[in-house]
Design a binder for this molecule. Structure first.
Ligand SMILES: [Zn+2]
Length: 153
């Protein structure tokens, strides 16, 4: 590569894709989202063979492939299992940077939920910290009906 074509800095190209879409949430996810919207309840689903509780719920167990239909209501609080701090903003982000995404294992669940952390000093996030949900005032049957999780007292 000649010196004239060798980039001195990474090239950034502006673009925009507008892609409205709609998909069916399915019976299991619909029940989960409606409970969140209408009652601020967090539902999980238990595999009767493995005893695993999934949040968000799914129809089929990842371990035994059995169909699940045993619903459990969780408190909604949980523990940060992992996290990342996002330091740049994109139009698709649910909040302005800087902010943190976390894997949160809800109390009573065996799987983790990916969600936002809020009301928190980003430099003080710790794996293992207890968090609780903060619900949106205008809920729309979306996972963002939980606005974010904040440190629990
Ligand atoms: Zn199972």
């Amino acid at each position: 590569m000649s010196q004239e074509t060798k980039p001195k800095a990474p090239l950034s190209i502006e673009g925009a894709i507008i892609l409205p879409y709609r998909y069916a949430a399915g019976g299991v996810m619909s029940r989960f989202l409606i409970a969140l919207r209408d009652s601020k309840k967090t539902l999980g689903i238990r595999c009767s063979r493995c005893n695993m509780v999934y949040v968000p719920p799914r129809e089929t167990c990842l371990h035994c492939f059995g169909r699940m239909d045993e619903w459990v209501e969780l408190e909604g609080s949980g523990t940060v299992e992992s996290y990342t701090v996002v330091r740049y903003s994109l139009p698709v982000h649910p909040m302005a940077a800087p902010f943190a995404f976390a894997l949160i294992k809800l109390d009573g669940a065996d799987t983790s939920l990916t969600h936002l952390l809020g009301e928190i000093d980003l430099e003080k996030i710790k794996v293992g910290m207890k968090v609780e949900p903060v619900y949106s005032e205008s809920r729309k049957a979306s996972i963002l009906d939980i606005s974010y999780f904040r440190p629990a007292n």
